[in-house]
Every structure is written in C-alpha cells, then in structure tokens.
Write a protein that binds this ligand. Sequence first.
Ligand SMILES: Cc1ncc(COP(=O)(O)O)c(C=O)c1O
Length: 343
Amino acid sequence: MALSIEDLHSIQLGAWPTPLRPNPTLGQVVGIPDLWIKRDDLTGFSWGGNKVRAVEYLIADALRAGATEVVLAGGPSSNFAAVMAAAARSVGLGAHQVSYGSEPTDPVAALIAARSVGAQVHFTESPHRAEMETMATSLGRRRVEVGAVPYVVPRGGASDVGALGFIAAAIELDKQADETSDVPTTIVIPLGSGGSTAGLVAGLCCSHRNWKVHAVSVSRAPEDIEEDIVNKSIRCAALAGVTLTSAAVTSCLNVHDGRNPGFGKLSAEQERFATEMSTKTGLLIDPTYNAKTLFWLRDASLNTPILYWHTGGSLGALDFMLSSRRRSHRESQQSTADTESVR
Ligand SMILES: Cc1ncc(COP(=O)(O)O)c(C=O)c1O
C-alpha cells in the first residue's frame, strides 16, 4: 500500500515547502564544500523550527478529539512547548506546560514565549525529565475533574501522531529532489525526543531513492533511543497506511552520539565553533541541537555531499547570544577593575 497522508488530519500553520539549497558558506566552516541545507529554521509559524511540523498534526488531533486545552510536557527551554502553546492558542485552545525543576532564576526565552501566549506553566520540582510526562498525565486527570477536555502531549510532541509531521517532511523532500538536480541523499539531523527522525525515516523508507539518515542524539545514548525510534517509525507509517519492517527502517537510519559534554552544554571549542558559524553564515545556530550536530558533522567522516537538516531553535539561539553577551560584559568589567587596581 502506498504512503498516504492526505487523509490524515492536520491544520496548516507553516509555510511549505521549506527551502532546500546548497550552502557553501556553512560548508566551508564545517569542512564539507558540498553541503546543502533543508531550512526548517524557516517553517514560518511562531518561533518556527522543526516542531511546527509535529504541531500541525497534534493540534488537528486535539480538535478532532474535542479538546478544550492541551497539556504538554516540555522543559523550560523547550522550543516545542513554546510553538505548541502558540498553536493551541491560535485555534482557541488553552495551554498548560509541565516543566521539570522549578522556576528558573535567569530568564529563559522559550518559557517567556510560552507564557506570552497565555500558557500556564507547572513545575515538577524534580530534576528528572521523565517526571514531566507523569505530572502531565496527572494534571490531565485533574483538569477532567473540573470539566476541561485536555489533550496530553509527551515531550517534544513525540507521539505517533506528532511523528506524522516528518512523514510529510519526507514526502516534501522527495518531491524537491524530483524537481532539483544533485540533491544529496545523505541527511544529517539533530535528534532529541526522536519524533522528527522517526517520521523522516518512515517517509524516506517509502521513496525509490536510497536515502540515509544520520541522526545525532543530543540528550540520550544512541543505544537507549534507537529502538524507540524504529518502533515509532513503524507505528507512524502504519497510521499513514504502510507496513514497514524494522530491517527497512534500520537500513536507512544511523544514530550517533552527539551529547558531549552533556545535554544543553557546550565545550569551549564547541562554543567558539557555534559563534564562528553564526558570524560567518548569518544563520541562527542554537547551542542545544544545531551547534552540537554540526560540531559532530565537522569531525565525522561521512561521504559527501551532505544534506544538513537545520531544525531551527531560534529561542535557544537567543538565550545563547544573551548569555555570551552577559559573560563578555562581566569579563570586560573584571578586566577594567583589574587594570584599575594595578594603577
Ligand atoms: C531546534 C530543535 N531541533 C531539533 C530537535 C529534535 O527533534 P526531536 O525531538 O523530534 O528529535 C528539537 C526538539 O525539541 C528542537 O527544538
């Protein structure tokens, strides 16, 4: 049976297709002259990024289920949470966000963005990210008791329905490859919750081209996430009417470890590299997903040409710029104070 997403419910929020072009300037910084970019930093809704694709299917599913609000799991710096909250509000649904930890002391752009569209944020008071889903489920139950109809969404929108957004992305890319010559078939993409990679691989498995996806995991060890992705690919393909085998999925998928030195952290070298990429290319490079993945790509020995899937992360890029600015301001004040104490 052919892959078909036309009959599945989605609402259009983004501007599709996102551009697909060679980017020799970024290629030069990364050391891959023949580098193309799929510009999901330009998805065109709210703060943009790859998550707009998942949100189009999740919101449609919530509306079909008669929901009055969404209850979503998302850390304070979650791009997904900010975009999902904006999408919920755009169709008149309420938005609750369950975040790990407690209210951050420093401002976090994604949290400000979610609250700016009216999301109510609840903290788990625990550092364990998995507890967000537990609390989101129990909050959902409490909301039912007061008459609300909640639609509960896991971290990153990585449900089988959310993954459909990247089946649509795979179909979009395959069509662009039909219309454009020399599109690279080796893809590198950041991997967080795994929903985007699962949908992408499911969609690309059904193409006549021999696509290969290299997903760079920034939060979990590859061995702890690969099986989840394969199973999610199979399940979301089934929603789109296709039976996939795990052998078909794994032949298209490679998961790599891009965590070093830890989720959301950059080494001094990675930080310099992220800054160099932004200053030389004008692209927004967020520290958590795209900087880490491009750093991994720089040192990987993949056969070129490469198609890099830029997943956005404008809010994280903004936090990165502000914290770099604050640090250089502190350093310059310190050096002025040191000079004055020597005089
Ligand atoms: C900017 C950005 N890139 C990549 C990802 C990873 O996508 P996924 O969680 O679907 O693996 C995320 C997840 O939140 C993200 O915000």
